[in-house]
Design a protein around this ligand. Structure first.
Ligand code: G1P
Length: 303
């Protein structure tokens, strides 16, 4: 089997119901965190791992994703004319990348979305990124997972401990810790709190092997009536070892309103263009909340 991970599948056909009304007619993957849409963070994360081909699974109302990664002739000409070199570079940063778009006609679940990419993936391992799980760009999670995959030659899925009240929102695993990884012994998609085997949740980064497709082809709908990737992995576990990789950095559930706001605050504080005035502003807000004295520079200047 081909050893290197060269492809990534980015499912982006979901309805984004947790973020309504913003996602009524616009893709949730295009919601900007500071100045880039969520899906661009995911693409940049994959590029950093040496991934060369990007397969995006889209659906209705998702045209904006294709437009975002396409060239924008009029805009480019205008920026050139205005001498805005930096902005021009920024919007063309990803113009060398090869994208394939596959339209999932009906939102039948994550497992089904992955299966849609089968014709584009040969006998090779591939990564899956769920772009609403935003990983701190300073933490190179996917790169670490590719490293683990190359060592163990088995599927690797990212894990994070969640609180007991949250287990029913995730795929949950059971397993045995072996150094940096967890050898998985069972998986269940969105269990009830009482039925969860642990509080180790699957988060949206996977390195998978092509044998998952044969299972997905036969997979019956599971939780929520959808074809679940977790159920297919459970089936695959009967045939081969699957490892979990507990993450060591920060992850934001940016498909959720509060998670999205957290990501926005943290990434804004790391963004050189906005960090300073934004920090002054949030200190000011915090002071207001705790009854402290408001005295940040930017507000003084304004006053
Ligand atoms: C999907 C997976 C789930 C995983 C989660 C991570 O669920 O089915 O196993 O824990 O992503 O974000 P979704 O959030 O699409 O309902």
């Amino acid at each position: 089997m081909e050893y290197k991970v060269k492809k990534v599948i980015l499912p982006a056909a979901g309805l984004g119901t947790r973020f309504l009304p913003a996602t009524k007619a616009s893709p949730k993957e295009m919601l900007p965190i500071v100045d880039k849409p969520m899906i661009q963070y995911a693409i940049e994360e994959a590029i950093e791992c040496g991934i060369e081909e990007f397969i995006i699974i889209t659906g209705k109302h998702k045209r904006a994703i294709e437009d975002h990664f396409d060239s924008a002739y009029e805009l480019e000409e205008k920026l050139k004319f205005d001498g805005k070199k930096k902005l021009l570079e920024e919007i063309n940063k990803l113009s060398h990348i090869k994208f394939a778009y596959i339209r999932q006609r009906v939102a039948l679940g994550l497992g089904h979305a992955i299966l849609c990419a089968k014709p584009f993936v040969k006998d090779e391992p591939f990564a899956v990124i769920l772009s609403d799980d935003v990983i701190d760009p300073d933490y190179h999670l996917l790169k670490e997972m590719v490293g683990v995959y190359e060592e163990v030659d088995c599927p690797v899925i990212a894990l994070e401990e969640v609180s007991e009240s949250e287990v029913s929102r995730y795929g949950i695993i059971d397993g045995v810790r072996e150094g940096d990884v967890v050898r998985i012994s069972s998986l269940v998609e969105k269990p009830r709190r009482e039925a969860a085997p642990s509080n180790l949740a699957i988060i949206g980064r996977y390195i998978l092997t092509p044998d998952i497709f044969r299972i997905l082809e036969k997979q019956k709908p599971g939780a929520g009536g959808e074809i679940q990737l977790t159920d297919a992995l459970k089936e695959l576990l009967k045939k081969r070892t699957i490892y979990g990789y507990p993450i060591k950095g920060k992850r934001y559930d940016a498909g959720d309103k509060v998670g999205f706001l957290r990501a926005t605050v943290d990434l804004a504080l790391k963004n050189p263009e906005v960090a300073e005035p934004f920090k002054a502003y949030i200190l000011d807000v915090a002071a207001g909340l705790t009854g402290g004295k408001k005295e940040t520079k930017s507000l003084k200047a304004r006053g």
